[in-house]
Design a protein around this ligand. Structure first.
Ligand code: S5P
Length: 269
């Protein structure tokens, strides 16, 4: 079977023709820093988040947050993350997984204590509510140059995002337009050969273990990027669980992810 056409292209060439400024920035950063690694900083104290971000920054294209787990959150944390994103050259992805009607998600995205739209370049949404969730979030995020990805698949055992559900998620992205919905959380290339240039961003990545005892399922960067054709690997605990090796682990995943990308290009050249 011929490889998916997107997997034969460089990140740089995809950046050049992308209509969304956040996707363009992400793809340009990937090429410039030679990394398809997104670190998921799932810790609960602001100082620890900022410490991990500073340590992993040289090796990442993107930092992913769960801002609602931060116990000492103030908006200063968000402003500092945004400042670091510019200084240390990465994109911010708030993994909020919105899942309500359009009017509610617009408020959750723009307002409350977190004001996510004001500092997070990228966020994501479940498609359970239907396309209204995409337009609701777009009302707040599009004017700011942000981007949205949809959860078309999940990494956890027994999840319901498969088959027709996944196909409908992809169809909703097509209908929304690439200037706002730039891709998916998915485990493989869920888009078709003639689709616009969607990003497939993939969690459940680990080099040392295959699971976490709570349903998470890990695959290696090679399986994810080379075999499944995904674009960005998300790694959380694999990088920050050993506090003394955060930078070293980030470098290890960066190198593994980039090698898998280079091998994918060679295979299809
Ligand atoms: O299907 C999913 C979607 C996401 S965004 N499975 C996931 O694990 N995630 C997120 O990726 C999850 O919320 C967590 O922040 C990260 C994986 O973390 P790790 O420690 O298991 O690498």
């Amino acid at each position: 079977m011929a490889p998916h056409p997107v997997t034969t292209k460089t990140y740089a060439s995809r950046a050049a023709s992308h209509p969304n400024s956040t996707a363009r920035r992400l793809l340009e950063t990937m090429e410039r820093k030679k990394t398809n690694l997104c670190v998921s900083v799932d810790v609960t104290k602001s100082a620890e988040i900022l410490d991990i971000v500073r340590q992993v920054a040289p090796y990442v294209c993107m930092v992913k947050t769960h801002i609602d787990i931060v116990e000492d959150f103030t908006i200063d944390l968000a402003h500092e993350l945004r400042r670091l994103a510019d200084e240390l050259d990465f994109v911010i992805f708030e993994d909020r997984k919105f899942a309500d009607i359009g009017n509610t998600v617009e408020l959750q995205y723009s307002s409350g204590v977190h004001k996510i739209a004001s500092w997070s370049h990228l966020t994501n949404a479940h498609v359970v509510p239907g396309p209204g969730i995409i337009t609701g979030l777009g009302a707040a995020g599009k004017p700011l140059g942000n981007a949205l990805i949809l959860l078309a698949e999940m990494s956890s055992a027994g999840n319901l995002a498969s088959g027709e559900y996944t196909e409908k998620a992809v169809q909703m992205a097509r209908e929304a337009g690439l200037d706002w919905v730039v891709g998916f959380i998915a485990m493989h290339r869920v888009d078709k050969a003639d689709d616009p240039d969607f990003l497939v961003i993939t969690p459940g990545v680990g080099l040392d273990v295959r699971g976490d005892g709570r349903g998470q399922q890990y695959r290696t960067p090679h399986e994810v990027v080379h075999d499944s054709g995904c674009d960005v690997i998300i790694v959380g605990r694999g990088i920050y669980k050993n506090k003394d090796a955060v930078a070293a682990e980030a470098k290890r995943y960066q190198e593994a992810g980039w090698k898998a990308y280079e091998e994918r290009l060679q295979r299809t050249a």
